[in-house]
Write a protein that binds this ligand. Structure first.
Ligand code: T46
Length: 190
């Protein structure tokens, strides 16, 4: 697995070694000790999620609070998406900044989105299957959202806004100025 820190160093692109042959391919899509060795600490993922979406579906920007903050290790099984992680940690040198990476079944890239980030993606292909690990369980009461179209974030979702398909909830999320934020100094992984 190749790990590459992005312009926000805590957000990491993970690229598995792919073994192709006449039958197709094989890859180790996740290996706990390889990731722990790179990070210097262990992430105890506790839940796998999967969603299927059509072109233009934009899910996000989401995060959890009150001890339910989630690290996410996200990847695309089929199709392609633009995946976005926004730093919402008060006091962070990259507060309000984001990373946007194209993840696809073809490039097999994964993104490690640490706690303290709002996360979302938009589907570029006709359909996409999105699969990810989280290290804290879902908590409806502690789920929060951030406006995908908050101008202060400057996110380029690449499609025309008239192509966006959103849940009712995601049309109501607050801007960064009004959102409940997280702390930078918390060492979530102790
Ligand atoms: C996230 C989640 C949702 N649900 C239920 C709640 C709803 O009844 C239904 C759909 O949930 P939602 O519309 O929040 O699904 P997404 O819009 O894909 O949410 C995800 O969107 C972006 C990409 C994220 O980063 C989060 O992982 C997650 O918030 O699944 C569960 O039962 N467990 C869960 O872990």
């Amino acid at each position: 697995m190749k790990f590459t820190r992005t312009e926000i160093p805590d957000v990491i692109v993970c690229e598995p070694k792919v073994f192709g042959d006449h039958r197709g391919y094989f890859m180790e899509s996740f290996k706990a000790d390889t990731l722990a060795e790179f990070l210097g600490y262990t992430i105890n993922f506790c839940q796998d999620n999967e969603s299927s979406s059509t072109k233009g579906v934009l899910r996000g920007l989401h995060y959890q609070i009150n001890g339910f903050e989630q690290t996410k290790l996200v990847r695309v099984i089929q199709g392609s998406v633009i995946d976005v992680a926004v730093d919402i940690r008060k006091g962070s040198p990259t507060f309000g900044k984001h990373v946007a990476v194209e993840l696809s079944a073809e490039n097999k890239k994964q993104l490690l989105v640490p706690k303290g980030f709002a996360h979302g993606f938009i589907v570029l292909s006709d359909t996409a299957i999105f699969s990810y690990k989280v290290d804290a369980p879902y908590s409806f009461e502690n789920e929060r959202g951030l406006a995908f179209d908050d101008a202060s974030l400057g996110i380029d979702w690449q499609l025309n806004p008239d192509e966006f398909v959103l849940s009712e909830k995601d049309t109501q999320n607050p801007t960064l100025e009004k959102a409940e934020l997280l702390d930078y100094n918390t060492n979530y992984y102790e």
